[in-house]
Ligand binder design. Structure first.
Ligand code: FAD
Length: 409
């Protein structure tokens, strides 16, 4: 039995470990275009910030591949997949056959369409190589522009601010974290970002850049122009599946998988940022491109590749993030459409800088936003994940000091 894993990020690593736990003998080949040993991708912004050296990023030891008897093909890129022939193509044409295949190729930063976007010093923040390239220009950079008000945009802006640059954050939507949080939480985040010295422009986007070889100025959609010598694009990600033949494998936004992480093609699995599984809160397919999902999906895929039949319960979008002095936790559906019959309870206390929002569908919690005092947030996420019915007066769940643990069976 030969297992081939495309991608040596956390989904691929979790799958390889799960396979080895069950099956000590089968061959495992991991193909990855990054050459570093597996590392913590969410923490690369801390290297940009200067809070961590890159040597602190690895999540497994140098002996990871050897100790699990994995044959690594690093610095290699999969360019094609033929599920009829059960082969992947690497680079210009070398092929590798598989008995079981996992696609764990993660996601690529969403590109931007703006004049001059190929000028030097316009970066994405997805991997260590990009951080190294940014670090090389930091000594000469004074003014940075960060595009995108999501997790990556915020982390990039924070890191550059800590490096002493003047940072402008440009957000197309009306408030930051619009994909993770709701408008009230977004307004609290916006106020905090401005209080900490970021220049935040909402409701606008960059439509062009100018400079000689390197960027010097950005043009925004509201007609303003901003001087900048470094730009970071953090406008979300797209699942990385360009090598997949869509007549062989069903692809929507991500690669469509069932509860066992199986794709539509025999013996081919997908997991992590590249996969589109059923979302627990929405009860529809969704790409939840977050670290804990990549871990869980990779593990599940590995177990099934090794011959166990294990079904997952579905994925859940969730985030815990500290933004300067604000702690934010979000999970599930946070800004539902009113007409879909959701019940929304919320409580915002500006004096204590706290906010709670809970979204219910009948007697089930399907979404939560918490700003500050988030200690018990994990219980609420467990309730969404476990689809645990709420058997008390829901209003009580907004009371300060309410012990959510009593809601668990
Ligand atoms: C700056 C930043 C901050 C983040 N912060 C958070 C956070 O706070 N919380 C959170 O939950 N998540 C966060 N994330 C998201 C999290 O890192 C991802 O969800 C997670 O890394 C996904 O793991 P993965 O294994 O699916 O994909 P990846 O980690 O992307 O790994 C996939 C690997 O496959 C490689 N690959 C792709 N295509 C090919 C190919 N054709 N051939 C060979 N190799 C290929 C890629 O280069 C990559 O090395 C953050 C991400 C970034 C970039």
């Amino acid at each position: 039995m030969h297992h081939v894993i495309i991608g040596n990020g956390i989904a691929g690593v979790s799958a390889a470990e799960a396979i080895r736990r069950i099956d000590p003998h089968s061959a495992i080949t991991m193909i990855g275009d990054e050459t570093e040993i597996p590392y913590c991708r969410p923490m690369i912004s801390m290297v940009l910030e200067g809070a961590l050296g890159p040597e602190r990023l690895p999540i497994r030891g140098r002996d990871f591949y050897a100790s699990l008897k994995i044959s690594p093909l690093l610095g290699e890129r999969v360019t094609a997949l033929d599920t009829d022939a059960r082969q992947v193509t690497i680079g210009e044409g070398r092929t590798i056959s598989y008995d079981r295949l996992l696609i764990a190729s993660g996601a690529d930063p969403r590109p931007i369409k703006a004049e001059g976007c190929d000028l030097e010093n316009i970066f994405f923040l997805r991997n260590q190589a990009q951080v190294r390239r940014m670090q090389a220009v930091l000594p000469d950079a004074r003014e940075a522009l960060v595009l995108g008000g999501g997790l990556v945009g915020f982390k990039a802006a924070y890191g550059l601010l800590r490096r002493g640059l003047k940072v402008t954050l440009v957000i197309r939507s009306g408030y930051p974290l619009s994909m993770q949080a709701d408008e009230t939480a977004g307004a609290m985040v916006l106020a905090e970002l401005c209080r900490q010295g970021l220049d935040v422009r909402v409701g606008v986007e960059a439509i062009g850049f100018e400079g000689g070889t390197a960027v010097r100025r950005a043009h925004l959609s509201d007609g303003t122009q901003l001087a900048c010598d470094l730009v970071v694009v953090g406008k979300g990600v797209l699942p990385a599946h360009s090598f997949v033949n869509r007549s062989q494998i069903t692809v929507d936004l991500g690669i469509v998988v069932d509860a066992h992480m199986r794709t539509g093609a025999a013996h081919v699995f997908a997991a992590g940022d590249v996969a589109e599984a059923v979302d627990l809160a929405r009860q529809t397919r969704w790409v939840n491109a977050i670290w804990p999902e990549a871990v869980a999906q990779g593990r599940l895929a590995g177990q099934n590749m090794a011959g166990r039949s294990v079904a997952g319960t579905g994925s859940l979008g969730r985030n815990v993030i500290r933004i300067f002095d604000l702690d934010i936790m979000t999970g599930g559906i946070v800004s539902p459409e009113q007409e879909k019959g959701y019940e929304i309870l919320q409580c915002h206390d500006p004096r204590s800088h706290t906010y709670r929002k809970m979204v219910f569908q009948c007697d089930r919690l399907v979404g939560v936003v918490m700003v500050n005092r988030i200690e018990q947030g994990g219980v609420l996420l467990s309730m969404i994940q476990g689809r645990i019915p709420v058997a008390i007066d829901k209003e009580k769940m907004l009371s300060p000091g309410f012990n959510y643990a009593q809601l668990l069976p």
